[in-house]
Write a protein of this length. Structure first.
Length: 646
């Protein structure tokens, strides 16, 4: 777990576990029994809230008992509090889908209560429900929805004048932007939080200053980072919470290590270590062990670096911190490599790959959770919208009269049918394109794995490790974008860069390559993933490899006549000669990748209603061929369009 992850955990505790309504609700009761029952519901909810961090299962137990009793007497505030408590417990148990459902229940109940009473208590409950829903989306990395719910919560807090809660929401919005590396926006909201914290004397002010310093550090503005850290130190001293500044001490160590002031860096790491250990914070302790190993590695003290890294790994394994385990395994592999011990280096590198893959699997699960939660929310919003729409329609039906009622029903029905039919047609086209894309992925992975197998046999362990490292980078990008319908052009370029470097290694630098993007290609322009790679692969295997001398491959992107144009050019043996070789080969077969790519282009035309085609031509066909040029003409699409659809 890196230092940013530690801070994210702190922020979650700060905002995600708000107690919604800590005191007893004032609710009308028809008799003495009902009054006693409401008190019992509140007592059960208080027990559930008190146990959420140490025994979340007990929180669920008491919340369910509170729900059963509250339903009996129709005690809606008690139901809302029980739902909030259950949601908090599910977050701690990492059951995010269930957490979101509970917070959605609370949000719906508070919305109904506000319609009956404009009490500030109920408005605060609604705001906290929205904020908790934002925390769930932050946990599954759905930052756009997190910002959506934080904005709803902030609006209520501003209306009710609750500056302390506004500061917390500003702080968390800043954290969301920081997670996306959108540093100007992050600093803007953290500054808003800091202004309110100064007004109210909020004890979380030094933590906000620490995080602002961390952002400056990530931007390599070391002088600015140092100023924020000094302000945070003074703030910690002022509120008498010096035991809680372990993260700040760690950041100080990072800053001095970058400045090559190693003695100061080690001093701050040791202070941070003592602080974490005094708080029995194993997460932070493992982090500092890892930092110390990095410091010793930079100093060339490999034995000491190995000792610190092994301590960090042992502690991370005992508490199950997968992020930290990944970093430790990678660090230990690097240290053994520096010590010229390839066997343990390879063992720990393999463990690093396995640990990282398990985290990637969890991240993939998060993607499915995001989709499910967004679907549930959109369905609920659609139901509310539909309900309001029907009420409005009913009003106008009464005003206009029976004759217009028949006409409006007929028109509304036809419009819904047309919209449904068009929506279904569009969804069918999208699913067909995704199906073709999913066929592409196994083919691509099979080709890569076959290359690795042959390379390991031919080149031995050291080269294989280098090849695997590059392959893992390529696979990480491929897995990250394999389910997306569009990816930014610069990400496609990054993927092609890794792929071509792999092929260079495989064929012993048989070719050189360049990848260029014209200034006309905007930052947020996008294209379908794995669309260019099959043509680059063909250029290598059927153009350059059969050539006696070395060759060159050039990939270029530009915008021309309102289309994104990608050109793959090689100076290989040419299209005609390549076809002759294929025809004379016993193993000749049609390229599956090219066939699938052609189908994907057809589906692209049907969904975007724009032209998408590929032109393959030989260079100098009338004379001795000097290569092949493949040109793809694609519709201009933007990554924001995909986000809006999601």
């Amino acid at each position: 777990m890196n230092s940013k992850k530690i801070f994210a955990v702190f922020t979650f505790v700060l905002l995600g576990h708000w107690n919604v309504l800590g005191s007893t609700f004032v609710w009308s009761a028809t008799d003495r029994t009902s009054s006693i029952d409401t008190t019992q519901v509140n007592t059960l909810n208080l027990k559930a809230d008190a146990l959420k961090e140490i025994h979340p299962d007990s929180t669920l137990y008491y919340s369910q008992k509170a729900v059963a009793l509250a339903q009996k007497i129709n005690f809606k505030p008690g139901l809302a509090q029980a739902a909030m408590n259950s949601g908090n417990a599910y977050i701690i148990l990492s059951q995010y889908k269930e957490a979101f459902k509970e917070f959605s229940k609370a949000q719906q109940i508070f919305s109904e209560l506000i319609q009956d009473s404009s009490s500030k208590v109920f408005k605060t409950g609604l705001a906290r429900a929205y904020a908790s829903m934002a925390v769930v989306h932050s946990e599954v990395n759905d930052y756009s929805m997190a910002l959506h719910f934080y904005t709803k919560a902030l609006k209520i807090y501003l209306e009710t004048g609750q500056k302390n809660h506004c500061a917390k929401v500003y702080n968390n919005i800043g954290i969301v932007y920081q997670s996306q590396k959108r540093y100007p926006q992050a600093l803007e909201y953290l500054q808003k939080a800091l202004t309110l914290q100064k007004e109210t004397g909020d004890a979380s002010m030094p933590t906000t200053l620490t995080n602002m310093g961390a952002i400056a550090f990530e931007q390599h503005h070391d002088a600015q980072a140092e100023q924020y850290y000094k302000q945070a130190e003074k703030a910690f001293e002022k509120i008498g919470a010096s035991r809680n500044n372990a993260l700040l001490l760690t950041y100080w160590g990072d800053l001095f290590q970058r400045k090559k002031e190693f003695a100061k860096a080690e001093n701050y790491y040791q202070k941070a270590l003592a602080s974490y250990q005094s708080m029995q914070n194993d997460f932070g302790t493992a982090l500092v062990f890892y930092k110390m190993s990095g410091l010793q590695l930079e100093l060339g003290q490999f034995a000491e670096a190995l000792t610190w890294a092994q301590k960090s790994l042992q502690l991370a394994q005992s508490i199950g911190t997968q992020d930290q385990i990944i970093e430790d395994e990678k660090r230990i592999s690097e240290i053994y490599s520096a010590l010229k011990q390839p066997e343990p280096a390879l063992i720990h590198f393999q463990k690093y790959i396995a640990a990282r893959d398990s985290v990637n699997n969890w991240e993939n699960n998060k993607k499915f959770l995001r989709a499910e939660m967004n679907f549930e929310y959109q369905k609920k919003e659609a139901l509310i919208h539909e309900k309001n729409k029907r009420q409005n329609q009913l009003f106008w039906f009464v005003v206009v009269g029976g004759l217009l009622l028949i006409g409006l029903v007929f028109v509304t029905y036809n419009r819904l049918q047309i919209k449904r039919r068009l929506t279904l047609q569009k969804e069918v086209a999208e699913y067909e394109q995704k199906a073709l894309h999913l066929q592409m992925n196994p083919h691509f992975v099979f080709n890569c794995l076959s290359s690795i197998s042959s390379f390991i046999v031919q080149n031995g362990t050291d080269s294989a490790i280098k090849y695997l490292a590059k392959f893992s980078k390529l696979m990480r990008l491929t897995l990250e974008y394999s389910k997306a319908s569009l990816i930014p052009v610069h990400k496609e370029i990054e993927s092609l860069q890794h792929y071509l470097e792999l092929e260079q290694l495989r064929f012993n630098r048989k070719f050189e390559f360049t990848i260029q993007a014209d200034a006309s290609v905007e930052d947020d322009m996008a294209l379908a993933p794995l669309l260019i790679q099959p043509f680059v692969e063909n250029a290598i295997l059927h153009g350059i490899v059969p050539k006696e001398s070395n060759g060159n491959i050039k990939v270029a992107f530009k915008v021309e006549q309102e289309q994104l144009v990608c050109t793959i050019t090689d100076d290989g043996i040419g299209l005609s000669k390549s076809r002759n070789i294929k025809e004379n080969s016993v193993t000749a077969h049609e390229s599956m990748a090219l066939e699938i790519t052609k189908k994907r282009l057809e589906m692209m035309e049907s969904t975007t209603l724009q032209k998408a085609r590929v032109v393959i031509e030989e260079i100098n066909p009338t004379h001795s061929a000097t290569g092949t040029r493949v040109t793809l003409y694609l519709p201009i699409q933007y990554i924001n369009e995909q986000n809006n659809k999601a």
